[in-house]
Ligand binder design. Structure first.
Ligand SMILES: [Zn+2]
Ligand SMILES: [Zn+2]
Length: 379
């Protein structure tokens, strides 16, 4: 990766700040991160134990016990809420489609039932999401900045401008286009800005697609997405009648895009919707595929802004060229990402991360493909 350690932002040279240097050094200190991870784990287990006690016997915890009891029942309600049921139903539907398209041996179900380290991370995040606990990771990861901003905006600055459009169909289309436009740039910045890439790479560290891989994102990446996409959308307001339909569509499309199904959707996939094959190009470790196919719903933005992959490769390898994740434990890796993000934010505003000049990308790709071929022969 093009991490030169330079302090460039456009053409401006930035001096590394003291805090940035300190944080980057901390992110490379394994013992420090291990200790932090252990402390977080202990705090997590202790809070769950306290929540459990408050649920059974709020009396022994005094007045705070009743507040905690409410919190605990809120989490249980969340686990059985209609939102969670919808999520589980959507996953079940796509798992069934995947099973039908690929057969059991190559299916996501098989991979989920026999998980490797990468898949275990996907499962853990999925379960934390269902239990309503992942939300807290997002709130805490960015010192509640994203969460509070989003609450402020959705609570006080919502304008409902969308309602000014008379036709619900036009409202829906406008909403989808605006959402996907913001999401395209959110995603592109996630690759181009050094500090954002430090956490977006967590999504790309997945080495297998299991449908639920769609939800594997670093909490800071999600907090930044909230600031960049959810907040502006909240100002515009959502077409309520169509919202459910949009959610179902987006949810199914997102899950299909994180499967190994070889669907390119023909003309539709080249001109309108991002297909599973198109998003798989985006997850390829092959340098020739980097910086391509950022869109999630529509193909237009990639075509318009020059990041559409026009080749005919069907990529079957998922992951990063140099992958340091899925090795050191779940909390450790989250914490390391957190430190790397903060370190880069305070020192390295490079806008060229993950983008190689055409000729170098070609060379690197050649080397990558040769190494891959040698591996296949060895195996
Ligand atoms: Zn990406
Ligand atoms: Zn993805």
């Amino acid at each position: 990766m093009n991490n030169t350690g330079g302090r460039r932002f456009g053409k401006i040279e930035l001096q590394p700040s003291f805090i940035g240097k300190l944080l980057l050094r901390a992110s490379a200190n394994e013992r420090l991160i291990r200790t932090g991870a252990l402390l977080i784990l202990a705090a997590g287990v202790a809070s769950l134990a306290v929540l459990g006690v408050s649920l059974i016997k709020p009396g022994i915890l005094g007045a705070p016990g009743h507040i905690l009891q409410e919190k605990a029942s809120e989490l249980i309600q969340h686990a059985f809420s209609s939102g969670t049921l919808k999520l589980v139903a959507a996953v079940a539907v796509v798992i069934a489609i995947d099973l039908w398209a690929l057969g059991y041996k190559n299916s996501a179900l098989n991979s989920l039932l026999h998980p490797d380290k990468s898949t275990r991370t996907d499962i853990l995040i999925f379960l934390l999401g269902i239990a309503g606990l992942w939300r807290y990771a997002i709130i805490l990861s960015f010192f509640a900045v994203g969460y509070l901003l989003e609450r402020q905006v959705t609570g006080n600055w919502g304008q409902n401008w969308m309602q000014l459009i008379p036709s619900p169909i036009v409202q829906t289309l406008f909403y989808l286009l605006l959402y996907d436009f913001l999401d395209y740039w959110r995603h592109r910045f996630g690759h181009r800005l050094s500090w954002w890439w430090e956490v977006h790479l967590y999504h790309h560290a997945a080495e297998k697609f299991n449908i639920i891989t769609v939800g594997r994102s670093h909490p800071i990446d999600l907090a930044l997405t909230g600031i960049f996409v959810a907040m502006p959308m909240a100002i515009f307001g959502a077409p309520i009648e169509a919202f459910l339909l949009i959610e179902i569509f987006r949810s199914l499309q997102g899950k299909l895009q994180h499967s190994m199904i070889d669907w390119d959707w023909g003309w539709l996939g080249r001109n309108v919707f991002i297909s599973p094959i198109a998003h798989r190009i985006h997850h390829s470790p092959d340098p020739i595929h980097w910086d391509k196919n950022y869109g999630h719903i529509f193909v237009f933005w990639d075509r318009l802004f020059g990041t559409w992959y026009d080749g005919c490769d069907v990529n079957t390898n998922i992951g990063l060229l140099h992958n340091n994740e899925n090795k050191d434990g779940f909390i450790f890796e989250l914490l390391r990402g957190q430190l790397r993000f903060l370190g880069a934010l305070f020192s390295r505003w490079d806008t060229k991360v993950g983008v190689l000049p055409e000729n170098i990308a070609r060379e690197e790709s050649k080397r990558y493909r040769e190494a891959l071929a040698a591996q296949t022969i060895d195996a």
